[in-house]
Design a protein around this ligand. Structure first.
Ligand code: ADP
Ligand code: MG
Length: 496
């Protein structure tokens, strides 16, 4: 199996920090004791507002189960869209041939090809390229965004090596992973419900995103066919289940967040009247929109109010990568302004939204040095503040508080899904080994977050049940998964 190098390390710039000691120094604040005294009530309040003891986690898990039920019902007012994906069958392993996948996330864009060899050979070869989605496209036009995707695909397709072959006369087929809420109308069509994760492109909502892509492919002169439109969670589920049949749920924790699972058709009142031979369908919960019983702070409320989608995606804003750094920045800003955390003045940079990113929190939490040198350097580079040791320790406590809440709430959400599935069909989750496949840059790269998520699942389920529930990182499952779904919905599938 070969993997091509990425053409641009999407997140590399997050780590291009200056470590030069001359660019920052540890300030010798004479008032370090009093700073701790003035900041400590603020820290205590933050910790109290973010607390997720077991009863809170239980309430969140129960509310998640209840909201899933209302979302599946016909007309109930609901937080969770619970979108039928029209994916009724997961890949069987028999899929054969060359398939492409496109993955448009919130931060990154990836293209991938895979040569599938059926039950025996499985994945014979795979190659991918990835790069950041240019910022200006998030606020541009629909055509600009889809032209960017199509031209990335065209460049990648040109470089197809001889490890890959398409039988003569066939068209290359694509699985399109589109990680935004879509009202799916069939396996290969669906209209955008709304942009999330900071995207604000006018005119796309209500349009079929496959049609938008097809038009852009035509403008590029590319003869390829989209045979599956999937959400990143669905791709992850398909990709992980291909290797392990116990996978029942998939979760994305990256820029944004979502979860999907396999549901029985008779438990989906809003699909009654339609015939689905397999008797089951993957449901995309769109759980980012969940908002019941969440422990929120003044900083969450301010961030939400300043966002491009106020009042929406509250769970996403509490647990996902796009937002955790910003919540910490807002908390630090208040501690600086009210409690003098970084001395008398507050640098302009610290007042600017999104200057501190989630990967920065992660890098700071990994600093084990005595004087927290890396914490000081990251703080200086990102926000312009000069910090003494006691301030750095407080910064780490703020990071930990926000990350702990995020990870634990994500765990409660997962238990909410497992609980709902078990209530409907006793034994399908807790009577056996069950795997929850998780992917996304936040889960993959942030060990503290991952550990808090696992703690929460273990606390909620108890040791015995949680031993059978495996929360597993499914790396890049969504790309391969989308290609697999393109294969299982291929127009050539009778020839496999
Ligand atoms: P996408 O959301 O575009 O599909 P990813 O799944 O790769 O992309 O997630 C990217 C997000 O993951 C980033 O926006 C960031 O919030 C988070 N992330 C990436 N690297 C790290 C890291 N080292 N620590 C914490 N979070 C990270
Ligand atoms: Mg993604």
């Amino acid at each position: 199996m070969s993997v091509a190098a990425s053409f641009s390390p999407a997140l590399g710039s997050f780590f291009s920090l200056s470590r030069s000691p001359s660019r920052f120094r540890m300030t010798l604040q004479s008032n370090s004791v009093s700073v701790t005294a003035t900041v400590s009530p603020l820290l205590t309040k933050l910790k109290r507002d973010c607390a997720t003891p077991l009863p809170v986690l239980e309430e969140v898990a129960d509310a998640m189960s209840a909201q899933m039920r209302s979302g599946l019902a016909l007309d109930a007012p609901t937080q969770l869209p619970m979108i039928p994906t029209y994916v009724q069958n997961l890949p069987t392993g028999n899929e054969k041939g060359l398939f492409y996948a496109l993955d448009l996330g919130g931060t990154n864009f990836r293209v991938l090809r895979v040569q599938l060899g059926g039950k025996e050979e499985r994945v014979i070869a795979t190659e991918f390229e990835q790069g950041p989605i240019p910022q200006h496209l998030m606020f541009g036009t629909t055509e600009e965004l889809f032209d960017f995707i199509a031209s990335g695909l065209a460049k990648f397709a040109e470089k197809e090596s001889d490890k890959f072959h398409l039988p003569p006369g066939r068209t290359r087929e694509i699985g399109f992973t589109f990680s935004f809420p879509v009202k799916q109308t069939s396996i290969d069509s669906g209209t955008l419900i709304k942009w999330t994760k900071g995207f604000a492109i006018s005119g796309t909502e209500g349009r079929d995103v496959v049609a938008c892509l097809n038009e852009a492919l035509k403008r590029q002169g590319l003869n390829m066919r989209v045979s599956a439109l999937v959400n990143d969670t669905v791709g992850t589920l398909a990709g992980a289940e291909y290797w392990d049949n116990d996978v029942m749920v998939a979760v994305i924790l990256g820029t944004g967040t979502n979860a999907c699972y396999v549901e029985q058709i008779n438990a989906i009142p809003k699909l009654q009247g339609h015939v689905f031979p397999s008797g089951r369908m993957i449901i995309s919960t769109e759980w980012g929109a969940f908002s019941t019983s969440l422990p929120l702070t003044e900083f969450d409320e301010e961030m939400d109010a300043a966002s491009i989608n106020p009042g929406e995606q509250i769970f996403e804003k509490t647990i996902s990568g796009m937002y955790l750094g910003e919540i910490v920045r807002r908390a630090l800003l208040k501690m600086a302004q009210v409690g003098g955390l970084f001395g008398k003045s507050v640098p302009q940079k610290l007042t600017m939204p999104f200057t501190l990113r989630t990967p920065d929190l992660c890098a700071m939490q990994q600093d084990n040095s005595v004087d927290l040198q890396a914490v000081g350097s990251i703080l200086y580079d990102r926000t312009g503040v000069e910090s003494n040791l006691s301030a750095r320790k407080i910064v780490l406590e703020v990071c930990d508080t926000v990350i702990k809440r995020g990870g634990r709430l994500a765990g409660a959400g997962i238990v909410g899904i497992l609980q709902k599935m078990e209530e409907d069909s006793k034994g399908i989750i807790f009577g056996k080994r069950t795997v929850v496949a998780v992917d996304g840059g936040l889960y993959e790269n942030y060990p503290h977050y991952r550990a808090y998520l696992q703690d929460s699942v273990t606390e909620l389920l108890g040791l015995e049940k949680s031993n059978n529930v495996v929360i597993q990182h499914s790396k890049d499952g969504s790309g391969i998964g989308a290609a697999l779904l393109a294969a299982s919905n291929s127009m050539y599938k009778h020839q496999f």
